[in-house]
Design a protein around this ligand. Structure first.
Ligand SMILES: [Zn+2]
Length: 390
């Protein structure tokens, strides 16, 4: 039997029928729900696949390496309330944001370059292609326009400032990595839609929004496009865009290869043996984009988000010549201060003997020329190659 609504929560009732506490408004409930969908979600139902691949299940997908039980989202939320986390400095965070040279980026078709737009969104210009990773150029990481995690730092480029985008790689469907308004707008760009590369199960989401230029891959599958090779690789994470679709679509990192450049984009991940597997399969990487933020509290976050120390370990596991930090300083998703990851990264680099040039940070909006990172012609070929799709 349900208790009567209180005056503060009349339209919003918890699934178990209980009223939300006083002052717990619809807006706050929506914000908590959006956060929950980025960091945790409830069970799953239905069936997706009957393949015998170990990461395919009757309900959807699972990680390669067992992670143990998930922590309690409720317990985390209670702990946050009790400790008053996350603590936000008086006057808010101040990050230096550089304004990219938009005209140069739009004209550039020859100079390899990387621009950090914020969070997990990079503009990679390589081999004459303009590629976006986990394109998110709007204000919130949320299903709602008025609630949910809001950007602390605006995107360094507006959608109308982007050059023509040839391809977009999407790591998974969480709201801070797959942003509906951004991808819809990109699909309507002048000159035609980019090709969207997505993990298994996500093509239908794009098709349902009128976006048809989509290549959907399973782990280790590859596709060629405009002279580049795109491979989806396993990382340790999960997926959900509602409380009812947990792990029904796949997640992963992306390897993008040109003849003289091999790039790894991790998306969102906890630490696992997957990175040693990827390093073995590809031999080495010229540049890896690795997450360093959204890691506290460890008892809850470690299975889904690495900390800077683990990011440095991944850098090693991949045999990356260089890595660049991402997934920090943009959205407040977890408990650590938003400006802490670079400090912890510096400590982790020092402990591991990795230089600030080898695993570098970028400012929001910063552009780096990649010519010094291109592979020498005599670099060793990978020992083992994934299967190329017909
Ligand atoms: Zn995620």
């Amino acid at each position: 039997m349900q208790a009567p609504h209180c005056s503060t929560c009349r339209p919003a009732r918890k699934p178990n029928g209980a009223c939300f506490p006083k002052r717990y408004t619809i807006r706050a409930a929506a914000a908590a729900s959006a956060t929950a969908l980025i960091v945790i979600a409830c069970g799953a139902d239905g069936s997706v696949d009957s393949s015998d691949k170990p990461h395919h299940t009757a309900e959807g997908f699972r990680n390669n390496y067992p992670t143990g039980p998930r922590g309690s989202f409720r317990k985390w939320q209670q702990e946050r309330r009790e400790k008053g986390l996350p603590k936000i400095p008086e006057g808010g965070y101040r990050f230096e944001v550089l304004k990219p040279d938009v005209a140069w980026l739009q004209a550039n078709r020859t100079e390899p370059a990387l621009t950090w737009i914020g969070h997990a969104t990079f503009l990679l210009q390589i081999g004459g292609l303009d590629i976006l990773t986990d394109a998110h150029l709007t204000d919130r990481a949320s299903p709602l326009a008025f609630a949910g995690p809001k950007r602390v730092v605006p995107p360094a480029l507006r959608l109308d400032e982007l050059p023509y985008i040839d391809a977009v790689v999407i790591s998974h469907n969480h709201y801070d990595h797959l942003d509906r308004p951004t991808v819809k707008r990109l699909a309507r760009q002048a000159g035609g839609s980019p090709r969207f590369f997505v993990p298994l199960g996500l093509k239908g989401w794009f098709n349902g929004r009128g976006i048809g230029d989509v290549t959907e891959l399973d782990w280790w599958e590859q596709a060629q496009y405009k002279g580049a090779r795109f491979t989806l690789v396993p990382v340790q994470h999960w997926s959900a865009r509602s409380l009812w679709d947990r792990d029904k679509t796949l997640w992963g990192g992306w390897v993008i290869e040109q003849p003289d450049f091999r790039f790894f984009f991790a998306g969102d991940t906890g630490y696992s043996q997957d990175f040693k597997d990827i390093g073995r399969r590809f031999g080495s990487f010229d540049l890896a984009a690795l997450p360093i933020g959204a890691y506290e509290p460890r008892w809850f976050m470690s299975i889904m988000h690495v900390n800077p120390q683990e990011a440095v370990q991944i850098h090693r596991d991949l045999n990356a010549r260089h890595s660049v930090a991402m997934h920090w300083g943009t959205f407040i998703l977890t408990d650590e201060p938003l400006d802490e990851p670079p400090v912890k990264l510096a400590e982790a680099r020092k402990a591991a003997g990795v230089s600030a040039d080898e695993f570098f940070l970028m400012k929001h909006g910063e552009m780096r020329r990649l010519a010094p990172l291109l592979r020498r012609a005599d670099a060793a070929a990978p020992a083992e190659r994934p299967v190329t799709l017909p």
